[in-house]
Design a protein around this ligand. Structure first.
Ligand code: CP
Ligand code: NVA
Length: 287
């Protein structure tokens, strides 16, 4: 059966844990060509998939969106039907989650969401691995500071499945009130840091204040200024707490340089694990 990976919720808790625990590396992509289609910038996702696919025996095809005939008049439908003629899978980063769903009607092999406007499941699957690797379990209280964006949404989906994790989202009320996300009881949303049991926080996570899809707005940035992760905030969290960021970061905007470069920061471990975990995901899909 074709296995797409658009959202964390495409998987069950059991499947997530079984993917994270794949230890053997099987060359499951031998003689397979995987297309990389990125409508937006990427450093980590593109490179970690390129290297990961190659080490599983596969070949990657870098598809330049602006060079496709879709940039002239070919329809979306025909474009994905054409890609289907040559490729065994697609890693697709798009500005519209809806396009992933549409593409899967015409492209008959697996499609992996490499980030959309509403979801970044590869990042969160990998971050779950990093958390378990660091703490030895998923009994972790995560404090998300800042914008409720695509990464935060995938995190919430993971929390809905993995009940031992606890998530507190600290974001301005005006940014949370329009979000109609479904939350289990292990997720809470607050607008001020004083409303949090900060001593129980093991992991502080953040992301850019303005995502690639967002309108760059000074208003949003100034609204989020008080949500910057600082050393003062980190000092109030549990003694062994860590700082995580999916990257790329705007250092000194959402996080201070001091925290970003501190021993508590495991951002480069996160970046490295993207490749480790995506290889596990590819083995799950192509086994
Ligand atoms: N975290 C992440 O997806 O990074 P890139 O945008 O560099 O791929
Ligand atoms: N929220 C960010 C994540 C980048 C990996 C964005 O969408 O730009």
């Amino acid at each position: 059966m074709k296995k797409n990976f658009f959202n964390i919720s495409d998987l069950s808790k059991e499947k997530i844990l079984s993917i994270l625990r794949i230890n053997e590396e099987i060359k499951c992509l031998k003689n397979k060509n995987i297309g990389l289609l990125f409508e937006k910038y990427s450093t980590r996702t593109r490179l970690s998939f390129t290297v990961g696919i190659s080490s599983l025996g596969g070949n990657t095809v870098d598809i330049k969106f602006e060079e496709l005939n879709i940039s002239r008049d070919e329809s979306f439908e025909d474009t994905f039907r054409a890609l289907n003629c040559y490729l065994d899978g697609l890693v697709y980063r798009t500005n519209s989650h809806q396009k992933l769903i549409q593409a899967s009607s015409y492209f008959e092999k697996p499609i992996i969401n490499a980030l959309s406007d509403t979801s970044h499941p590869c990042q969160i699957l990998s971050d779950l691995y990093t958390l378990e690797e660091h703490f030895g379990s998923l009994n972790v209280h995560i404090l998300w500071m800042g914008d409720m964006n695509n990464v935060c949404f995938s995190l919430c989906e993971a929390l809905n499945l993995i009940e031992n994790l606890k998530l507190t989202i600290c974001t301005p009320q005006s940014l949370s009130k329009n979000k109609k996300w479904q939350f289990n009881s292990n997720i809470s949303v607050v607008s001020h840091i004083d409303h949090i049991d900060i001593q129980s926080v093991n992991c502080v996570m953040t992301d850019v204040f303005v995502s690639m899809n967002d309108e760059d707005s000074d208003e949003k940035v100034s609204l989020l200024k008080p949500y910057k992760v600082t050393s003062e905030l980190m000092s109030k969290t549990s003694q062994n707490s860590i700082f995580m960021h999916c990257l790329p970061a705007k250092v000194e905007l959402e996080v201070s340089k001091e925290v970003f470069q501190s021993p508590k920061s495991i951002v480069w471990k996160q970046a490295y694990n993207r490749m480790i975990v995506q290889k596990k995901l590819l083995q799950f899909i192509y086994q």
